[in-house]
Design a protein around this ligand. Structure first.
Ligand code: G
Ligand code: G
Ligand code: NA
Length: 256
C-alpha cells in the first residue's frame, strides 16, 4: 500500500523526470534521435535508477501509467522545441509489455494530438520477448502504431530468443542491437565472433530495409570496430549519458 501511495504522489508531484540519451549517426556524428529514460527524483538529491523500481511497477501494473506519462513528457519536449524554432529530433519511449494487455494506443494518440506533435517524431521501443506466445497480436499492435503514424523499434535485439521469427513476421522500422553483443570487444577489440555476428545482423537488417542502432557503446574500441560495418546509429556512454531534457536541448539541438 505504502509504495502505491508513493507512486501516486510521485506522479502528481512530477518526481518522475525525463532524461534523454542522444542517438548519433555513425557516419556524420550528428544527433539524429533521443531515447527517453525515466529517473525518479526523491527530494533534492536522491535519484532512483529505473532498475530499482521498473520491475516492481511491471508487476503491480503501474508501468502503464508511467509509460504514458513519459510519452506525454516527450510530447511536451517536442512541442517546446518546435515552438522555440529548434530542429527537433525524434524521441523514442519504452513501451512495456503490460501496455499490450490494456490496449492503450488510443490514449497515446489522444496525447500526441493534444500537443499537436507530428507522430513521425515519436517512436515506441518494444522488446522481442513481448511477442511471446501471440505473434499475431504483437504484429497487429505494431501495425496499429504505424497506422497512427508512429515509428517502432525492437529494443535489446539479440538478447532474446524469438528474434528471427519476429523479423520475419513483424514490420518494424528499426532494430536496436543489444549492448551485450559488443561486450566481447572489451577484452578483444577485434573479436572475430563478434565481427561475424554483428556483420550478419546488420546485413540482415539492411536487406529487410530496417534502420539499425548499436546500443551501449562505451569505448573508443567499440566505435572503431563499428566503423567497418553499415550501422546507421550509435548510442551509449561513449557519446553521452542520458541527460536532463534542458541539457540535451542546449548541447545537441540547433535552429531549424
Ligand atoms: O536508464 P537506465 O539504463 O538505468 O534504464 C534501465 C532500464 O529501465 C532499461 O532497460 C530501460 O529500458 C528501462 N526504462 C527506462 N525508462 C523507462 C520507461 O519510461 N518505461 C519503461 N517501461 N522502461 C524504462
Ligand atoms: O533496455 P534499454 O535499451 O532501454 O536500456 C537503456 C539503458 O542502458 C539505460 O539505463 C541507459 O542508461 C543504459 N546505457 C546507455 N548507454 C550505456 C552504455 O554505454 N553502457 C551501459 N552499460 N549502459 C548504457
Ligand atoms: Na529502450
Amino acid at each position: 500500500q505504502n509504495i502505491c501511495n508513493q507512486m501516486e504522489r510521485a506522479l502528481e508531484n512530477g518526481d518522475f523526470k525525463i532524461y534523454l540519451q542522444p542517438k548519433f549517426s555513425l557516419a556524420g556524428r550528428r544527433v539524429v534521435g533521443a531515447e527517453a529514460l525515466v529517473r525518479w527524483q526523491d527530494g533534492e538529491q536522491a535519484f532512483f535508477r529505473p532498475d530499482s523500481f521498473i520491475p516492481y511497477f511491471e508487476r503491480n501494473g503501474f508501468i502503464t501509467r508511467l509509460d504514458r506519462y513519459m510519452f506525454e513528457q516527450s510530447c511536451i519536449q517536442l512541442r517546446q522545441w518546435l515552438d522555440a524554432g529548434l530542429k527537433p529530433v525524434p524521441i523514442s519511449v519504452n513501451f512495456s509489455r503490460a501496455n499490450l494487455a490494456v490496449g492503450t494506443l488510443a490514449a497515446y494518440q489522444a496525447i500526441q494530438e493534444r500537443y499537436g506533435v507530428p507522430p513521425s517524431l515519436l517512436e515506441f521501443e518494444l522488446t522481442e520477448t513481448m511477442m511471446g506466445e501471440n505473434p499475431t497480436f504483437f504484429s497487429e499492435v505494431v501495425e496499429a502504431m504505424h497506422q497512427m503514424g508512429f515509428q517502432c523499434s525492437i529494443d535489446d535485439f539479440g538478447s532474446g530468443y524469438s528474434t528471427l521469427y519476429m523479423l520475419q513476421q513483424v514490420q518494424v522500422d528499426t532494430i536496436k542491437l543489444d549492448k551485450s553483443l559488443f561486450d566481447g570487444l572489451r577484452s578483444q577489440p577485434e573479436c572475430p565472433r563478434t565481427a561475424i555476428v554483428v556483420e550478419a545482423v546488420l546485413q540482415l537488417a539492411r536487406r529487410l530495409g530496417l534502420k539499425t542502432v548499436a546500443e551501449g557503446i562505451s569505448t573508443q574500441e567499440q566505435l572503431e570496430f563499428l566503423k567497418h560495418y553499415p550501422c546507421d546509429m550509435v548510442q551509449g556512454y561513449y557519446f553521452s549519458h542520458p541527460l536532463p531534457a534542458e541539457e540535451f536541448c542546449r548541447r545537441f539541438l540547433r535552429p531549424a
